[in-house]
Every structure is written in structure tokens, then in C-alpha cells.
Write a protein that binds this ligand. Structure first.
Ligand code: F6R
Ligand code: MG
Ligand code: MG
Length: 379
């Protein structure tokens, strides 16, 4: 068995929350190169201000040696970020010391254990300026909606359906998870996934083979820190082909990208914008749009092929153009009103609640016929 671990963190960026410098990324990657004996292979990439470490190994999920390695690599990056005076240096390393496993310490983790197939193709999606539930709609579309995934109708092993593990992100003290089988449970699944701030897909398994097909990082930074420390900026790993959806079925939902929570101050809605692999793709408008990068590879006896980047294709330029126009128009149309901003419980800053509280004394309560002032309730 082999495990793919994608562990990510924002440890500081140039010009604000835009992109880490090359020196920071190099410090992280050279730590893996120097100390990564436990790994069969690794690949480091960035999405906006986040650094994502994709690693293959035989240590299993939640393995101390692998998580320690990632933590130490992010600390090496933090040291450089601090020296360079970058913004938010070390911001996702929320605890002072490593404690056996990076879960609950700040970095996001998606891990998937597999029996390597004769050919083992997969895609990794890294996101910035959004939340774990951002992958709900794309993954539901791919794995549960036969209007889009032809394989669900055309190929027997895919037609058998998938089991979704869905996690309740509001629950603290243990992980509250439900398993739902599609197609039978697909409406119940959709009922949960339509609330992406609270429910997020953690894993998807094939019902035909029992294999895990997809894994998503489901940490909630503010549950860990108890205060705003940036959006969670999730990653997802999705195996493709054969008994699983094809790469085309996996990327198709991004062709008309959904709105997700994030962008400016992690507190607004924006188009989930599919980005190219290169450096031009940073948060560039309203601290957004929320970004998603796709990295495609095969795993070959534990080693990664050179990656391909599906969203680099010129086809996606048209998608980007539409999405940019759509997001700009949405921002201009809505401003802060209604769906322009996330629901008040989801705001990532405490300032709004303080403003509302500060007006308490200035509110007056009258009887509903408008004639008589009544005592306001103290609470
Ligand atoms: C969102 C994000 C940014 C910041 C914004 C303000 O994930 O990173 O939108 O929230 O740039 O940052 P502060 O308040 O730290 O100046
Ligand atoms: Mg950030
Ligand atoms: Mg980020």
C-alpha cells in the first residue's frame, strides 16, 4: 500500500497575502530534499499564498514521520519569510510545537492510501482564498451527477456508485462524519453538501472496488485557533480513469465555476477561478477570485511523473475570461449587500459583531402599532 499525502500551509507572502517568494518555496522544498528519506517522492507547488507539499510514501495516513517532515519544512520556510519581512510569516503554524501529527495544528491535510494500479493517474487540486466545502459542488457533480459524468451511465464499475464520507465542520472535540452511498442517498448527500460552510466531503470510495478515490483536507483553521487566521484553502486528491471518473469528468465542473466563500477577508463570495501553473496566477482582484489549480500526474512505483496542468490549456482562457467578467460584475452589482458577503456567522473577522453590539443603546423598541415605546429586553 502507498499513501499520497498533500499537506499545505500559508507561511508568509510577498506584497500581502499574494504569493510566497521563491526563497521561501526553495527553503521548504530543500528541506524535503535534504530530510525526506521517508518519502518515495515529493512535489512542491504553490496556489496564491499557499505552499502545497504532495508526498508519496509507505508510512500510512497520519504518520508521525511524514507530518513532522512537513511541519519542519514549513518551519524552514517560515524562518526565511520572517527574515524577508513577509506578511503573515508562519501564520498557519498555529501551535508552537509539533505534537505527533499536523492535524489540529494549522496546516491542511488530505491523505489517500491506495494499492497502486498498473497505471495510477490522479489529479491534485490546490485552492486559495476559500474553504474546504468549495470542493463540494465539483465533487458532487463528478461522482454523483450522471448528467455530467457519463461514466455513471456508461461504465459498469462507475455505475455501481460511490460512498461519500461527509464531515460536520462545526463539530469540535472529535470528528463527526456520516457515510452516504450514491445513488440511493444522493438527495440526502446534496442536502448536506448544499451547506458548504458546515459540511464538507472528506473521502470518496468506489462501491465497485472499495478503493478510496478522493480525499479532501477538511481542517477549519478558526476552530483550531478560536479566531480568524485566514481561510482554510483546501486541497483535494482525486484518482482517475478505469473504475474512477476520467480527468475530463473531474475537471468539467470548473468549466462554469461555482461561487464559493472566501476572497476578500475570507468573508465574501467569489467565482472559483481555475488558474494556470505559472506565477501570473495570484489573488489579483478583491483578494480573489478564490483560486483553484489542478496538477495531474501518474504515480509509478511511488514516483511522480512530471506534472501536467489541465487549466493551462487555452480552452480555460475562455473560462477565465467569463469568470473574471462574472466576478467583477457580481462584486459591482452586490457590494457588501446580501450574497456579496457571507452569512454573519461565517464572517472571518469579529469587527462586524462589534459594530452591531455598539449600536445596542441606539436601538429603540416600539409596540408593533408604533404608538408606545416599550422597555427593551436586556439580553
Ligand atoms: C483572505 C486573505 C485576505 C486578507 C486581507 C486582509 O484569505 O488572506 O483577504 O484577509 O488581505 O488581511 P489583514 O487583515 O491581515 O490586513
Ligand atoms: Mg493566507
Ligand atoms: Mg491562502
Amino acid at each position: 500500500m502507498r499513501t499520497l499525502s498533500c499537506i499545505k500551509a500559508d507561511v508568509g507572502s510577498n506584497a500581502g497575502h499574494l504569493r510566497p517568494t521563491d526563497e521561501v518555496v526553495d527553503a521548504v522544498a530543500s528541506h524535503l530534499e535534504r530530510e525526506g528519506d521517508v518519502l518515495d517522492d515529493y512535489w512542491v507547488f504553490t496556489v496564491g499564498d499557499d505552499i502545497d507539499l504532495l508526498m508519496s510514501h509507505r508510512e500510512g495516513e497520519d504518520a508521525e514521520r511524514v507530518h513532522q517532515l512537513a511541519w519542519d519544512a514549513f518551519e524552514a520556510g517560515t524562518a526565511v519569510a520572517e527574515k524577508q519581512g513577509l506578511y503573515g510569516a508562519g501564520q498557519d503554524l498555529l501551535k508552537d510545537a509539533f505534537a505527533g501529527n499536523v492535524r489540529g495544528l494549522g496546516p491542511g491535510v488530505a491523505e489517500l492510501t491506495l494499492e497502486e494500479r498498473e497505471s495510477e493517474p490522479f489529479l491534485v487540486f490546490g485552492a486559495d482564498k476559500t474553504e474546504p466545502g468549495a470542493f463540494n459542488q465539483p465533487l458532487y457533480t463528478t461522482f454523483a451527477d450522471p448528467r455530467y459524468t457519463g461514466g455513471l451511465l456508461l461504465k459498469d464499475t462507475i455505475h455501481e456508485g460511490f460512498t461519500f464520507e461527509v464531515m460536520d465542520l462545526d463539530h469540535t472535540g472529535g470528528e463527526r462524519v456520516v457515510e452516504l452511498d450514491v445513488p440511493e442517498d444522493s438527495w440526502r448527500l446534496l442536502a448536506l453538501l448544499m451547506e458548504p460552510h458546515r459540511f464538507a466531503i472528506r473521502k470518496i470510495r468506489s462501491r465497485a472496488t472499495g478503493a478510496t478515490v478522493a480525499a479532501v483536507s477538511t481542517q477549519r483553521l478558526h476552530n483550531i485557533a478560536g479566531e480568524y487566521v485566514g481561510k482554510d484553502d483546501p486541497v483535494a486528491i482525486v484518482r482517475t480513469q478505469k473504475d474512477f471518473p476520467s480527468p475530463g469528468e473531474v475537471v468539467q465542473p470548473y468549466g462554469t465555476p461555482p461561487y464559493v466563500a472566501g476572497a476578500m477577508r475570507g468573508s465574501h463570495h467569489g467565482v472559483f477561478y481555475p488558474v494556470r501553473s505559472d506565477e501570473r496566477e495570484i489573488p489579483s482582484y478583491y483578494d480573489g477570485p478564490p483560486l483553484v489549480k489542478a496538477v495531474g500526474m501518474v504515480l509509478n512505483d511511488g514516483r511522480f511523473s512530471r506534472p501536467v496542468y489541465p487549466f493551462d490549456a487555452t480552452f480555460w482562457d475562455a473560462v477565465r475570461e467569463d469568470a473574471a467578467r462574472e466576478f467583477r460584475e457580481f462584486r459591482e452589482r452586490q457590494g457588501s449587500f446580501g450574497p456579496g458577503t457571507v452569512e454573519s456567522e461565517e464572517l472571518e473577522y469579529g469587527g462586524w459583531a462589534d459594530v452591531v453590539d455598539s449600536l445596542d443603546d441606539r436601538f429603540e423598541v416600539t409596540a408593533s402599532d408604533g404608538t408606545e415605546t416599550v422597555e427593551a429586553d436586556d439580553d
